[in-house]
Design a protein around this ligand. Structure first.
Ligand code: BGC
Length: 496
């Protein structure tokens, strides 16, 4: 990394340079088309108000996906069953009975998808590895054919000059391990390290960045607290154990990496900055609980070696005393942190809401996505600065950011026009640049997602892709957001 890249502050400066030439050119154009002169001064004012945010030349621009959401062929070539395969085949768990059996058929079409990435111009691809493709029973026997798929993918990316970022766990635990207690079993840390070690030894030469766990908060909250995600439990006492074992597994994988790997390793967390719904004392206390639960529960142990003090208040007697020796492994130094940002939470006290006794309120007049998430780019700036302030200058990659808006099942134009997603993307890139101007040490950004895909329990009903997928034919069509993203990457900047 250049000195420039180390100092995030100087990167996203305004570049107004050639504005006067552009105004003059625009005026000449208007005059030639015999438009009224008033038009010309309007344009001049518009251009003068425009600022351009620029990013460093070595900024990493990427797109992201996850194995169960895009690959399909979950049992091909000797792969074992994952908890998501089992969950989606359980009636009532996923909208419309959708499963990942075919998904985007990325398992067979990865080469075409790498071509698409090349067309868009991205420099990095974040994908995840399916644990049960590689170790069908979770531990023990290695399935070489599973590893071969990721080898082919990594090689294709390298040939296209796209840097691979591999996530080891994006929610698809081998079902055989769930049967042994899954994230409730303390042994999961050594199971995970065993799997991670196989992946590191097979792929580290081609993979530049490794992420241990994607969004441990979602694994705990969706999988063990509220049950909307696999394995679908709802148990106040299981949630803290899942949290702690996820972090222990993360630490064990980092230790394995230091012995076997040569590149970079980090963890990926989802952050949701909390704002007050009112100034009342109750809402203020609720905000602290919600913030501890979502934003500090994983980062505090990793960077400060202990859980936030609010955890005991949140979980009551379900929050156990964890062995203090566990934190030595959990706080192993990392090379980077991945931050996923989608929305903010405007928080109010809600005594009936388990476990935080808080809830998000809807903001009148705001734009909401199809997943009912408020579009609020300022919170993206805020959370990146908060991270810098609380946890220091470790390099950050924004490993996911994106939005679900309605697109038709079949592409009706090429590119598919998706103005709301374009609006979201532009707003968040501007907010990112602004965080970098103010000191956030961000080195790269990955759009969620390259493709429309299986949005977990929503099935295929929510489209996050910048590339449209027709699930009846598997035809891919770029959306306007992909074209805009491509321009941003080419120009290393965005007009405000
Ligand atoms: C997850 C993705 C998911 C996205 C949108 C993130 O929580 O990592 O797998 O599709 O958000 O919900």
């Amino acid at each position: 990394m250049s000195d420039d890249a180390v100092n995030g502050t100087s990167h996203a400066q305004e570049a107004c340079g050639d504005r006067s030439q552009r105004v003059a050119a625009l005026c000449r154009e208007v005059a030639a088309s015999a438009a009224p002169m008033a038009h010309c001064s309007l344009l001049r004012r518009k251009v003068e108000r425009m600022t351009k945010k620029t990013f460093p030349s070595d900024f990493l621009w990427g797109v992201a996906t996850a194995a169960y959401q895009v690959e399909g062929s979950p049992l091909a070539d000797g792969a074992g069953v994952s908890i998501w395969h089992r969950f989606s085949h359980t009636p009532g768990r996923v909208a419309n009975g959708d499963t990942g059996d075919v998904a985007c058929d990325h398992y067979n079409r990865y080469a075409e998808d790498v071509e698409l990435m090349k067309r868009i111009g991205v420099g990095a691809y974040r994908f995840s590895i399916s644990w049960s493709r590689i170790l069908p029973d979770g531990t023990g026997r290695v399935n070489q054919k599973g590893l071969d798929f990721y080898r082919r993918l990594v090689d294709a990316l390298r040939r296209a000059d796209i840097r691979p970022m591999a996530t080891l766990y994006h929610w698809d635990l081998p079902a055989a391990l769930d049967d042994r207690g899954g994230w409730q079993n303390r042994d999961v840390a050594s199971w995970f390290a065993e799997y991670a070690d196989v992946a590191f030894r097979a792929l580290d030469d081609g993979v530049d960045f490794w992420a241990t766990i994607n969004e441990p908060w979602v694994v705990m909250d969706g999988g063990y607290m509220h049950g909307a995600l696999a394995p679908g439990h709802r148990n106040l006492f299981e949630a803290p154990l899942a949290t702690h074992n996820l972090l222990r597994a993360h630490g064990a994988a980092v230790a394995a990496y230091r012995a076997a790997g040569k590149k970079q390793i980090g963890i990926v967390v989802n952050l949701e900055p909390k704002y007050l719904a009112s100034d009342s004392e109750e809402d203020r206390a609720a905000l602290l609980r919600a913030d501890a639960y979502m934003n500090r529960q994983y980062l505090d142990p990793v960077f400060r070696g202990s859980y936030p003090e609010e955890m005991r208040d949140i979980f009551g007697e379900a929050w156990p005393e964890f062995p203090s020796a566990d934190f030595d492994a959990i706080r192993a130094p990392l090379d980077f942190v991945g931050i996923n940002y989608y929305l903010r939470g405007v928080t109010k006290n809600e005594p009936s809401a388990v476990p935080t006794r808080s809830t998000n309120v809807r903001v009148p007049g705001a734009i909401y996505t199809e997943t009912s998430w408020e579009v609020f780019p300022d919170a993206f700036t805020k959370i990146l600065l908060w991270f810098r302030e609380r946890y220091g200058a470790i390099p950050v990659y924004v490993t996911e950011n994106g939005s679900a808006f309605y697109d038709p099942p079949t592409a009706i134009s090429d590119p598919v026009e998706d103005p709301l997603r374009v609006h979201y993307l532009r707003g968040h890139l501007t907010a990112l640049a602004s965080a970098m101007e103010q000191g956030a040490n961000v080195r790269g950004y990955f759009v969620w997602s390259l493709l429309d895909n299986l949005e977990w329990s929503h099935g295929y009903s929510k489209r996050f892709g910048i590339v449209h997928v027709d699930f009846a034919t598997q035809k891919r069509t770029l959306k306007r957001s992909a074209v805009v993203y491509s321009d941003v990457i080419r120009d290393s900047g965005i007009e405000d």
